[in-house]
Design a protein around this ligand. Structure first.
Ligand code: SAH
Length: 246
């Protein structure tokens, strides 16, 4: 399963942590490391902490934005050490493994990790279908970045090694039918189009957008639309915009 699962680190400050993540990943048989605007990389501290996993650092893909790092992924999971303003579907690492294990053979999946000091921004978390929280001590909830990657990749590996026939695994809807799940880039184009059309029809006030787009994102991401469904929705938006221009 690990071949289709990408670990994405956003804006990491300490290169040593990037090395620690590479080591944690390689221990659990993961190899696809993507970095979004790391502060210092490559770096000798990264190599030192990676120990024998420097091959993952050498093959790591560096991006400027998170959107680019996940553009081709069909399931995007964001990690968070604490609750956020708008609740999102949250799973623990074991539940995540149950969701990922049945679909990982042919779907591209990203698990996204945040900055050491302040995690992922709300905007970054709103790019994700699910959030995963390691149920740590509520009074001391934040793990070291590499430790968090270790816990999550360990659960993913356990799910792969010990597939339990009796476990209640429900394959994610949209993964077993004729049309393939939309990729993150398709969904981002849909959300940009939706924001534009809702502004055109004066449903969305750009001066006072409130939480409209995050709420619509949560709704559509929860539905896991396929590529044709996204095209239909965009067709409806285009037709709506045409009516306003008559
Ligand atoms: N102070 C930050 C925590 C950053 S810890 C905050 O409040 O969000 C750095 C990263 O490690 C987080 O962005 C997340 O990717 C991961 N992480 C740390 N603790 C975690 C936890 N309990 N559950 C899930 N991810 C966690």
């Amino acid at each position: 399963m690990s071949a289709n699962i990408r670990i994405v680190l956003v804006n990491t400050t300490h290169p040593g942590n990037i090395g620690g993540v590479a080591r944690a990943m390689k221990n659990m048989n993961f190899s696809e490391l993507h970095l979004v605007a790391p502060k210092k990389f490559p770096h000798t501290n990264a190599d030192a902490r990676a120990s024998g996993a420097t091959d993952l650092l050498e093959s790591a893909v560096v991006h400027e934005t998170l959107e680019q790092a996940i553009a081709d992924c069909q399931l995007v999971v964001g990690t968070s050490a604490r609750g956020r303003h708008i609740p999102w579907p949250v799973v623990d690492p074991r539940e995540l493994a149950s969701i990922v294990e049945p679909i990982s053979a042919d779907k591209k999946i990203a698990v996204v990790f945040g900055r050491e000091d302040r995690g992922l921004t709300n905007e970054e978390l709103h790019l994700c279908h699910h959030h995963v929280h390691i149920p740590s001590n509520p009074d001391f909830s934040s793990l070291n970045l590499a430790a968090a990657v270790q816990v999550i990749t360990y659960e993913l590996r356990m799910a792969e090694l010990y597939v339990d026939e009796n476990r209640d695994i429900r394959p994610q809807w949209g993964t077993e039918w004729d049309i393939d799940l939309a990729e993150s880039a398709d969904l981002e184009r849909l959300f940009a189009h939706m924001e534009e059309a809702l502004t055109d029809i004066e449903f969305l006030d750009p001066e006072n957008p409130r939480q409209l787009m995050p709420r619509l994102r949560r709704l559509y991401l929860r539905a896991m639309p396929d590529k044709v469904e996204v095209n239909v929705l965009r067709g409806i938006l285009t037709a709506t915009q045409k009516q306003t221009k008559k």
